[in-house]
Design a protein around this ligand. Structure first.
Ligand SMILES: NC(=O)c1ccc[n+]([C@@H]2O[C@H](COP(=O)([O-])OP(=O)(O)OC[C@H]3O[C@@H](n4cnc5c(N)ncnc54)[C@H](O)[C@@H]3O)[C@@H](O)[C@H]2O)c1
Length: 272
């Protein structure tokens, strides 16, 4: 019988986490580094990204920073090359970078709709493509790997005021499954899964609360927060660490038979 209680180790693995200067990405990078992975912090926020990498190094981890806009093909080539050159491989990709737009559908501009698809969907597509090329047998890294895409509870059900965001996160959910099936059938050794967080207090989490109020969907931020919590059977707020632990599981060898899955981390809100 195998012992599943062994401590999760990512020793010898290299991980690229997009949008990881702050928020969930920074928390995911920190937990992967604590498990022994060398991590590449990638973001458009240069100062904050460098500080996040420095904090991981100060805590004894291995980390570097690269400026990357996930919508840019050239940036993807340079970021993957830097990961392999500076960290010695490319085994884990967390497609975490994302934005939200909170507005009633009839008030959502075409520019905002296209921007959210560009970052949240095109960014994930470019990441999956880069991972396939580099991680597959014969690729620049070549050892297979694990790709984790940040979708949302908003990729599972509809929310007033979040139509553009819901559309983008629903696309991430099925892009994940299609890639999982294809990479599996091609024998690439690359697993692909999505994580679906509920509301988590980060810059984006508080922007959602403010956005609901501005769109006339709540009296004030406290009442919007309460509305989210009342739909959470566990009756408690989620934290960035809850999401990071889910990412650690999917990144690690503890999930060798998990691909194309939707890991929902929301206190049960979408179950009720
Ligand atoms: N916080 C939540 O409640 C919540 C819930 C469900 C899903 N999510 C998802 O989790 C992910 C992380 O969210 P967060 O709460 O940490 O948000 P955040 O706004 O705190 O952080 C997002 C990061 O992405 C970066 N980013 C934005 N556009 C980018 C681009 N074009 N290229 C590279 N980086 C870019 C930002 O600079 C920032 O560092 C997102 O995909 C988000 O949709 C968040």
């Amino acid at each position: 019988m195998t012992d599943a209680s062994n401590e999760v180790s990512l020793a010898g693995k290299a991980a690229l986490i997009t949008g990881s200067a702050r928020g969930l990405g920074a928390e995911i990078a920190a937990i992967l580094a604590r498990a022994g992975a060398a991590v590449m912090i990638a973001d458009i926020l240069e100062d904050q990204g460098r500080q996040t990498a420095e904090a991981i190094r100060a805590a004894g981890g291995k980390a570097a920073f690269v400026r990357q806009d996930v919508t840019n093909e050239t940036d993807w080539e340079a970021t993957v090359a830097a990961t392999i050159r500076e960290l010695g491989g490319f085994d884990i990709l967390v497609n975490n970078a994302g934005i939200e737009v909170c507005a009633l559908l009839e008030n959502t501009t075409l520019k905002d709709f296209q921007r959210i698809l560009d970052i949240n969907v095109t960014g994930v597509f470019l990441g999956l493509r880069a991972a396939a090329k580099a991680m597959k047998p014969g690729g620049a890294a070549g050892g297979g790997g694990s790709v984790i895409n940040l979708s949302s509870v908003a990729g599972l059900r509809g929310y007033s005021g979040l139509s553009a965001y819901c559309g983008s996160k629903g696309a991430v959910k099925l892009l994940t499954k299609a890639a999982a099936v294809e990479f599996g059938q091609l024998g690439y050794g690359i697993r692909v899964n999505s994580i679906h967080p509920g509301l988590i207090p980060t810059d984006m989490g508080s922007a959602v609360l403010k956005g609901f109020v501005a769109a006339g969907l709540g009296k004030d931020e406290a009442s919007v927060q309460q509305a989210f919590e009342r739909g959470t059977p566990l009756g408690m707020k989620g934290t960035p660490a809850d999401i990071a632990k889910a990412a650690l599981f999917l990144a690690s060898d503890q999930s060798p038979w998990v691909t194309g899955a939707e890991l929902v981390v929301d206190g049960g809100s979408t179950a009720s």
